[in-house]
Design a protein around this ligand. Structure first.
Ligand code: PMP
Length: 421
């Protein structure tokens, strides 16, 4: 047996498999975060890598009784197939949730999805032909970048600063791309407590970006899983609140209730609804009635706004610890964002530091993070990293950030020595 055969045998891979795959399968690659999870989830490592919601604030007894009652009282419906567009009662309740961010919506324009991740897939499926341009923030959500690349989009990053996407940079990017004759399909952005940068887009920029995109006939995909997790004040109104024709709004219960039910939604301009429903039916037939009705009972009978407030307290305390420890221990050559909500801090190091190459050293120091390149489609971001404070305890966050500060300091010293030599 040749070495190649041995390897194929080991991985159970049929011969010439890559030739049998469809062309698009070549674009299906594991995300950087996924391969990190195996290492980062070892108990001795403080993981500042994943973005898992902290479910310690969820009353599990209450969840158990909701689910038990649901099956006892409504099992015939809850365990049956349901509507492709989503459960009508939940769609009404979703309108109440969105009203908190200024959105007035009709339940008919909502498609319930299996997490907002499925909505990203459906939108990509109906809009992206190979080579089409999708505009995204720089940096952007790794899960969205993976989806866009599977549909062979050409992802173009647009500059962000500490206040999110820069409108002038957006104007310039559109102008350049149009001059090159490229087709721009939509702008994907996360205006609230962005993943991975943690920044918040102010109201005036929202209006300006809405104006630009409306004028240029570019849809906006507003992804908003963190909007209700503002620490000191509510976030500005959703962009969808100002424009119901040109904004596709994505919501999710993953961060405000639990991710395990996998319930998200898309609120879409009426003209797009039919296509999205058809696309969704083809991938899942219908979202889980059981999961939708569990969320629906929770919203109907539980103090869900108070629950969101306890999440806010929990995440705010962790954000404080992370920022205090960064301020106290991180080298002065590093900078970082100061999130007013959500899960993430974005750290920028001196450009000569490669955070991917530094990762093994961090693992030895028992801390993990996500290297910045994961959040760019074009290999940029090598001197930055995402730290999340959502999951570990405050003590572990302190321990992890201190350990990471040591690794970064050493790396900066090493680079300085190399340069002097
Ligand atoms: N968008 C963003 C910005 C996210 O951070 C996430 C999850 N980390 C998602 C979408 C997907 O969330 P879900 O599918 O659980 O709703």
């Amino acid at each position: 047996m040749s070495n190649e055969d041995v390897e194929r045998y080991r991985t159970h891979e049929p011969e010439n498999l890559h030739e049998r795959y469809a062309h698009r399968a070549a674009h299906m690659k594991p995300s950087e975060i996924r391969s990190l999870f195996a290492v980062a989830s070892r108990p001795e490592i403080v993981s500042l890598a994943g973005g898992m919601p902290n479910l310690t604030a969820i009353p599990m007894e209450t969840m158990a009784s909701i689910v038990e009652k649901l099956i006892k009282d409504h099992g015939q419906e809850a365990l049956q197939y349901g509507s492709g567009q989503g459960h009508p009662k939940l769609r009404e309740q979703i309108c109440d949730v969105m009203a908190l961010e200024g959105i007035r919506a009709n339940p008919d324009d909502i498609l319930v999805t299996t997490g907002s991740q499925q909505a990203l897939d459906l939108i990509s499926r109906i809009f992206i032909d190979p080579g089409d341009v999708v505009l995204v923030e720089a940096p952007s959500y790794v899960g969205a970048l993976g989806t866009f690349s599977q549909y062979e989009a050409s992802v173009v990053h647009v500059e962000m600063d500490k206040d999110g996407l820069v409108p002038e940079a957006l104007r310039q990017a559109i102008k350049t791309l149009r001059y090159q004759g490229r087709k721009i399909k939509f702008l994907y952005l996360i205006p609230n407590y962005q993943n991975p940068a943690g920044v918040l887009l102010p109201a005036d920029r929202r209006t300006e970006i809405l104006d630009i995109c409306r004028r240029e006939k570019i849809f906006i995909v507003e992804d908003n899983p963190y909007g209700l997790l503002g620490f000191d004040r509510p976030s500005p109104n959703a962009m969808r609140a100002e424009d119901s024709e040109n904004v596709i709004y994505l919501g999710s219960f993953s961060k405000t209730i639990v991710p395990g039910f996998r319930i998200g939604w898309a609120l879409v301009p009426q003209a797009l609804r039919e296509k999205l429903v058809i696309a969704s039916e083809s991938s899942i037939l219908c979202p889980s009635n059981f999961a939708q009705m569990s969320i629906s009972s929770y919203l109907a009978d539980q103090p869900w706004r108070d629950q969101i407030s306890s999440f806010v307290e929990l995440y705010k305390a962790r954000r404080d610890v992370m920022l205090e420890t960064l301020d106290a221990y991180f080298p002065k050559a590093a900078t970082w964002t100061r999130p007013q909500g959500g899960f993430y801090v974005w750290v920028t190091l001196p450009p000569e530091i490669d955070t991917k190459a530094m990762m093994p050293k961090a693992i030895v120091a028992k801390v993990a993070y996500v290297p910045g390149t994961a959040f760019y489609a074009d290999g940029f971001g090598s001197w930055s990293m995402r730290l999340s404070y959502c999951y570990p305890t405050p003590e572990r966050i302190r321990e992890g950030v201190k350990a990471l500060a040591g690794v970064v300091e050493e790396e900066i010293q090493r680079r300085n020595t190399l340069r002097l030599n």
